[in-house]
Design a binder for this molecule. Sequence first.
Ligand SMILES: Cc1ncc(COP(=O)(O)O)c(C=O)c1O
Length: 375
Amino acid sequence: MKIHLSRPDITDREIEAVCEVLRGPNLSLGPRLAEFERAFAEYIGSKRAVAVNSGTSGLFLCTAALGIGPGDEVVTTPFTFAASATSIMMAGAKPVFVDIDPVSLNIDAAKIESAITERTKAVLPVEVFGNPAAFDRVCEIARKHDLPVIEDSCEALGSALNGKKAGTFGTMSVFGFYPNKQITTGEGGMILTDDDALADACVSLRNQGRGKGGLWLAHERLGYNYRLSDINCALGIAQLSRIDEIKAKRRQVAQWYREMLADEGRLIVPAEPEDCELSWFVFVVRLAEDFTRQQRDRILEQMKSHDIEVSNYFPPVHLMPFIAEQFGYRPGDLPIAESASERTIALPFHNHLTKDEVATICRTLRHVLDKDMAL
Ligand SMILES: Cc1ncc(COP(=O)(O)O)c(C=O)c1O
């Protein structure tokens, strides 16, 4: 039996909540939308929440609401999912990549300042694998330069730094609800902000540029259709109501991995930073420094041949050919991100994993490592 990298956790109550919407008259722009936004804003502790149809559209709408466009630069991290950077490019702006901290794998706060120019219009940090480490420092630097922060919290629902929740650091923040996330709406995202003008702009932009209370065919600006249907919102409301239970299940799986791999010197096993509460998104181990990318790729293939799904989270974004070519990045430009990227192995991680499955994965990984080192 194949062990999958991720799997959603959907209860009968959640299926019923979706069916209830399907039986009613409001499939979109109905009461579940406002309810989901209210519940989400309350959970995070933000003034406003604007639901959208993906994390990517949420990030892009942040750039649009902040008036970022051609000729502008946004400072961001190369060690993330591509959408953090491509959302900047969708606005016609240039992502300026800054190397990462070797432990947290987040953007290195100390390196942000030297990347800021007169064209910089925002900083876009990412809570990579749900880790909000140093987000207070990142925001302090941005504030010093009068720059808004777009906080990419797509992986960090329920994480906190010194008791302050992920999603409350930035001027605007964005969560994603793809099925591998802590909660899912199938597809979906949420923009959060305490700024009413920015929230109102996002409400209009996601709905074809319509105005507040205006007529259906009165479009006040260039807008998009990034609405999240009530079907998705119903699922999101029900999932969010279980967030503590979901976090606890994931914490247990991470704990099993940590216990079973504690003595494995060939791996760097993720830990919860002292000042953070981590809402576990994935379980990504790193091979020790002396492993090569070729070895890592062989190990990934070997794990897959044992029916265990694994992945190379994340390839460095600045070296993706369409980005490297456009902005002139070359191998070696951001050595810490590149080195980390070459040695990551994302292991299966979801709410349904059993202790026996985690044991099988760890045993197989050790066996594959032994075999590869004997080559
Ligand atoms: C860090 C990060 N940013 C952005 C996204 C994009 O979210 P979506 O897939 O909902 O567009 C994701 C996840 O997929 C992500 O992990």
